[in-house]
Ligand binder design. Structure first.
Ligand code: SAH
Length: 359
């Protein structure tokens, strides 16, 4: 069987070293196409897989925005990269008490992986909502939009540039004795800012910027809001955040191409400036902990506990702690939340409008 590693070796032998962006793209296509990476037996776990409370709170957030939009009779409820469909199922459960919203919402799942589309179909089988699947955001029809993306942007490929005496040189993946290794394009390129101390790395999220810009343009034209949750930071910053995770452990990003989850930390400032350039309004960034507290995770947990067994109550408490724990390696602090809205939505629950310029 020809492995992805062999294919990559052939590609590099034929065309020369490839950019980190291309390497991520090739690996991630292979990775997501062939498996369900989520959960205890997979490679990583996400907030909606930890507890239903996460998706329910996001569902309530969407409903509040729908009210602020004037309760439109038709709205696209879009999720980018829905994984197993758990987040959408929990959001729809939170909306059960509001049939007008469920009537109005057309659920559109943007998912490239056939394996995960199957999972999503199974998870959402009992839902009364109209659901359709799409390959990309670009192919969605026009109309008012409520969009959610949890741990989606971290899976989009980035370009990496290394500061050298000559200027910013792009980081490449090449071959040495048949092994994949990192290298540098000898020709410098002019990207934003003068290069600092040699060796520093700047990550440029071109794919994410372009998508954030397209989402913003659509929100400004048709109305609505997008909620983006991911691990990341507000840049500019230096550093190599490319990481590979397999079976819940970090591995060398070049060691098992296509078999490990490859991600980078999202630079929300790059998404934000792309969105603002298209006329959208920004809310946040804030930490996941602050956001979930502000939209009432404690009250909702208390309500769920009233109907819970002791064991259920204990696991609910553990889940709330895990989602909101602060500390440099905890989800509540590592994960950030940004909303992008149509300027007609002056405020959103749980996040402050971002007034200052991006840079
Ligand atoms: N949001 C889910 C899953 C996150 S994993 C959760 O929180 O549990 C990333 C998801 O994005 C997977 O569903 C993966 O198949 C999908 N995905 C990755 N790259 C994609 C792309 N370029 N276009 C569409 N979906 C993509």
């Amino acid at each position: 069987m020809s492995s992805l590693r062999d294919n990559l070796r052939h590609m590099i032998a034929l065309d020369g070293p490839m950019t980190v962006e291309r390497y991520m793209d090739v690996c991630l296509r292979h990775y997501y196409a062939s498996r369900d990476p989520l959960g205890a037996h997979g490679d990583f776990i996400t907030s909606p897989e930890i507890s239903q409370i996460f998706g329910e709170l996001l569902g309530v957030w969407m409903i509040e925005i729908w009210h602020a939009m004037g309760r439109p009779g038709r709205v696209d409820l879009v999720e980018l990269g829905p994984g197993r469909g758990t987040l959408m199922a929990d959001m729809l459960r939170a909306a059960r008490a509001l049939p007008e919203f469920l009537e109005a919402a057309h659920v559109r799942l943007v998912e490239t992986s056939p394996a995960l589309r199957q999972k999503q179909k199974a998870t959402l089988a009992s839902s009364a909502a109209t659901i359709s699947w799409h390959d990309s955001f670009a192919e969605l029809p026009e109309g008012q939009l409520l969009l959610v993306a949890n741990e989606f942007f971290d899976a989009l490929p980035v370009r990496q540039f290394v500061a050298t005496e000559r200027g910013w040189c792009e980081r490449l993946v090449g071959l040495a004795d048949d092994a994949l290794i990192f290298g540098l394009n000898p020709e410098p390129e002019s990207i934003a800012g003068a290069p600092p101390t040699p060796g520093e790395i700047r990550e440029v999220h071109l794919a994410s910027r372009s998508l954030a810009g397209d989402i913003a343009a659509r929100l400004v034209r048709d109305g609505g809001a997008a909620l983006i949750v991911d691990y990341g930071y507000w840049g500019p910053a230096y550093g190599d955040t490319l990481q590979a995770v397999r079976h819940h452990k970090f591995v060398d990003p070049l060691a098992e191409p296509g078999e490990a989850d490859l991600t980078t930390h999202v630079d929300f400032s790059q998404l934000a400036s792309a969105a603002r350039a298209r006329g959208a309004v920004l809310h946040g960034v804030d930490t996941q902990a602050n956001f979930l507290h502000a939209i009432g995770i404690a009250t909702r947990a208390a309500r769920l506990k009233q109907r819970a067994t002791d064991a259920q109550a204990k696991s609910l408490d553990e889940a709330v702690t895990r989602l909101t724990a602060t500390g440099p390696r905890e989800m509540g602090e590592l994960f950030k939340v940004l909303a992008i809205t149509d300027p007609r939505l002056a405020s959103v629950p749980g996040l402050h409008a971002r007034l200052e310029p991006n840079r």
